[in-house]
Design a protein around this ligand. Structure first.
Ligand SMILES: [Mg+2]
Length: 272
């Protein structure tokens, strides 16, 4: 019999649409995380959130009623800055996104240029820019035409927010740029290996010791499966069935809600 949790040391959770919806914790999220702590598992969070840094996410969780115990949060906001430094060194960047995204880029040693200035950037970073408009699109595609590299924080098209409202994500903005610039734009967020590798390195664990829990089959689960982790897909019945390549992804376990995973682990009946 295959006890899928055997050998597990760390569980990594997606946040938006998994641990919380907007500013509301998912049902049983508190109980689940407490149970896992009691059972001695390490817990971490791997999020494609590109607007908030780890401190802001920690504060948001505390406001919702979940206080972390120093556990790791790997966010696309900060990871994109580290990725650029690892791959290109310190670069001149123009960023479409939140003040926290620009702050993380500057903190990693990059030179963050103002869009209003004529200086050319080495790299354009695109995050979930809630002020994105025609003018910004025009600036981005012309920087690319001039030779700037471009990278997205995360490829998600949307995530479920509070009251099941759809929150448009970075991927939908990337699609607008791609339609003009030609060819796909790479992102550092899930399903790319970078965020998973960062999290595993920080906890000193290998893929076979990890379980990734998330609601997005094409990002959370596909990337974790590719990296060798076990996976728990929280499948929301209110969202359309996955299409395209995501249909080929086979999660280790599928649950209808986070509370269902809590029940499985509480009963110790976690046969795949
Ligand atoms: Mg999610």
């Amino acid at each position: 019999m295959n006890r899928w949790m055997d050998g597990t040391r760390a569980l990594f959770f997606d946040l938006d649409g998994c641990i919380y919806f907007g500013r509301k914790l998912a049902e049983r999220a508190n109980d689940l995380l407490e149970l896992l702590r009691d059972q001695g598992y390490r817990i971490g969070f791997i999020t494609n959130n590109s607007r908030e840094n780890a401190t802001e996410i920690r504060d948001r969780l505390a406001e919702m009623g979940h206080r972390l115990e120093g556990e790791l949060i790997v966010s696309a906001t900060e990871a994109v800055a580290e990725y650029l430094r690892d791959v290109y060194g310190r670069v001149a960047v123009k960023a479409a996104g939140s003040a926290s995204l620009s702050g993380a880029l500057a903190a990693a040693g990059h030179r963050v240029l103002d869009w209003a200035r004529p200086d050319s950037a080495d790299v354009i970073v695109i995050g979930r820019d809630t002020e994105f408009d025609y003018r910004r699109l025009e600036q981005i595609v012309n920087e690319i035409a001039r030779g700037a590299r471009v990278i997205g924080t995360n490829p998600d098209y949307s995530h479920p927010g509070e009251g099941r409202r759809l929150v448009p994500e970075t991927g939908s903005l990337l699609a607008a740029v791609e339609s003009i610039a030609g060819g796909p734009i790479a992102s550092v967020g899930k399903p790319h290996a970078w965020l998973y590798e960062l999290a595993m390195r920080k906890y000193g664990v290998v893929p076979s010791e990890c379980v990734m829990v998330g609601d997005n089959l094409a990002t959370d689960i596909a990337g974790a499966e590719r990296s060798g982790m076990k996976t728990v897909w929280v499948r929301h019945s209110f969202l359309p069935a996955p299409d395209g390549e995501a249909r080929a992804v086979v999660p280790t376990v599928t649950v209808g809600a986070l509370s269902e995973l809590y029940e499985l682990l509480l009963r110790g009946s976690y046969m795949a």
